[in-house]
Design a binder for this molecule. Structure first.
Ligand SMILES: [Zn+2]
Length: 174
């Protein structure tokens, strides 16, 4: 969150397009930051992403002429996305997946641990802690300015909760 992972995904997509490779970009339908299929990063860059509601749907929508598959906010997918990414990579596609490695509790987020383990390359990006200015690895969920309880659901993308980047020392869970 605020670490520049969407910007990095866009940079890699652009490089692939310059190289005349065919790219498909996907996001999970749960990602409601935009309703038009466009993904907007924090610095305002835009590109089109197809919204899919499952990893199976993602797999079915891949064209045989595609070279590169980019997946935004991959942590929203269930565990089966790991198998889908593996099959695609084994099948010769380049797969670029961007996601949050930890949820608001500081616990591994959904399929991310296995994706991180199986990926050929991992780039871990850090935001800046909103409290102390150190490198931030955590997402602080805030409700009315207070830290959120650990019992809250993991995914609340459309809710009114706010998030800010925090380092491990400033990160709080009630
Ligand atoms: Zn801090």
């Amino acid at each position: 969150m605020f670490s520049g992972k969407t910007e990095e995904l866009i940079r890699l997509v652009r490089r692939s397009l310059y190289a005349r490779r065919k790219v498909q970009v996907f996001k999970h339908a749960l990602d409601t930051r935009s309703e038009t299929g466009e993904v907007k990063s924090h610095n305002g860059l835009l590109y089109e992403a197809a919204a899919v509601s499952s990893s199976e749907e993602l797999f079915e929508r891949i064209h045989h002429t595609t070279d590169v598959i980019a997946i935004e906010e991959v942590q929203f997918f269930d565990e089966r996305v790991v198998e889908v990414c593996r099959r695609l990579a084994d099948g010769g596609y380049d797969v670029i997946a961007a996601g949050l490695d930890m949820d608001f509790r500081g616990q591994p987020f959904g399929p991310m641990p296995r994706l991180l383990a199986e990926a050929d390359d991992v780039l871990k990006l850090h935001a800046i802690c909103a409290r102390c200015g150190r490198d931030a690895s955590r997402s602080q969920r805030l409700i009315d300015g207070e830290s959120a309880p650990a019992s809250a659901p993991t995914i609340l993308v459309a809710a009114e909760e706010k998030y800010e980047a925090r380092c491990r020392h400033c990160h709080e869970v009630r």
